[in-house]
Design a protein around this ligand. Structure first.
Ligand SMILES: [Zn+2]
Length: 297
């Protein structure tokens, strides 16, 4: 089995010493309802984006509103007495530029990027050490034993992403029985699988999770499982966010991935949760990372 495919299919049922509780408990039926999101200062969450001109015109104002939110967030940009930046959402400025780097369909990581502190957390699964404590706490916080969260995938190198992406393209071509050009197949594959260099998994801070009832694969049905619902509600408290939401599809141009979480640290995740990013068609996680990058200059 090729490395990229192996990573995707690998089920993290036997975590190493760092994370002794891969099998963790999820919330019961009484916890299924998501808590109401507090009032967000950002635009109407239900506002349709069908009016192209309105959407385009509003992007600038939304972007500046996000910059204002970041600038006004107490633990966002912390400066020393001399005015120099000392902390960015809990990270040192240099560390922040790496961990909070916006990786999108349009934006790739620097050529040759690979994180330097990878650790094995399950057979074939690596993740950055800076993520381990919050990941362990997230998994340990699941309150019930009859549902479990499992780790499907973590870090993927550029080479592994290349293998995965090309496999997806071949799948599309095979399914189409000759009715698809290679360009069309690549475009369709890119809707659900990032191009090499554009995958958040290359950061070493993104994970794909599942639950045993779904088997060793990722499924959209994860969002309807008790484990998936618990994760959606609680991931933010442990510094993890969902970059690819159903409501944000027009913005990210990726399918919704309720199983895919990216670690940004608790401080920035708290701002995103406070701004009701989940369920928003106006803002997605990358809007904040791009705004932060502009502010850092
Ligand atoms: Zn993923």
């Amino acid at each position: 089995m090729r490395p990229g495919i192996g990573l995707l299919l690998c089920v993290g049922l036997a975590l190493g010493t760092h994370l002794s509780a891969t099998t963790v408990r999820t919330a019961g039926p009484e916890d299924r309802a998501l808590t109401r999101c507090p009032e967000s200062p950002l635009p109407d969450r239900e506002a349709p984006l069908s009016d192209e001109s309105r959407a385009t015109a509003s992007r600038g104002s939304v972007a500046s509103l996000i910059e204002d939110r970041i600038a006004g967030w107490p633990s966002g940009l912390v400066r020393g007495a001399d005015g120099s930046l000392v902390s960015v959402f809990g990270f040192g400025p240099t560390e922040a530029r790496e961990i909070l780097f916006p990786v999108t369909r349009e934006r790739s990581l620097p050529l040759g990027y690979a994180p330097g502190d990878l650790a094995g957390i399950a057979p074939g699964v690596l993740i950055r050490r800076v993520v381990l404590a919050d990941l362990e706490h997230l998994l340990a916080a699941v309150p019930r034993a009859d549902q479990r969260l499992t780790i499907i995938s973590g870090y993927r190198s550029y080479a592994n992403q290349t293998v995965l992406f090309e496999a997806r393209v071949r799948q599309r071509l095979a399914q189409a029985n000759g009715d698809l050009s290679i360009e069309e197949a690549r475009e369709r594959a890119n809707g659900g699988t990032a191009l090499p260099g554009h995958s958040q998994h290359q950061l070493g801070t993104a994970l794909d999770l599942s639950t045993p009832e779904l088997g060793p694969q990722i499924f959209r049905g994860f969002a309807q499982t008790i484990a998936g619902q618990w994760l959606r509600e609680h991931a933010g408290s442990y510094g993890f966010v969902f970059p690819y939401t159903e409501e944000g599809r027009e913005r990210t141009r990726y399918i919704a991935e309720p199983w895919h979480i990216r670690w940004l640290g608790k401080e920035l995740a708290a701002l995103l949760v406070a701004d009701c990013y989940l369920g928003s068609s106006e803002v997605v996680v990358d809007d904040y990372l791009e705004a932060l990058e502009r502010l850092l200059g």
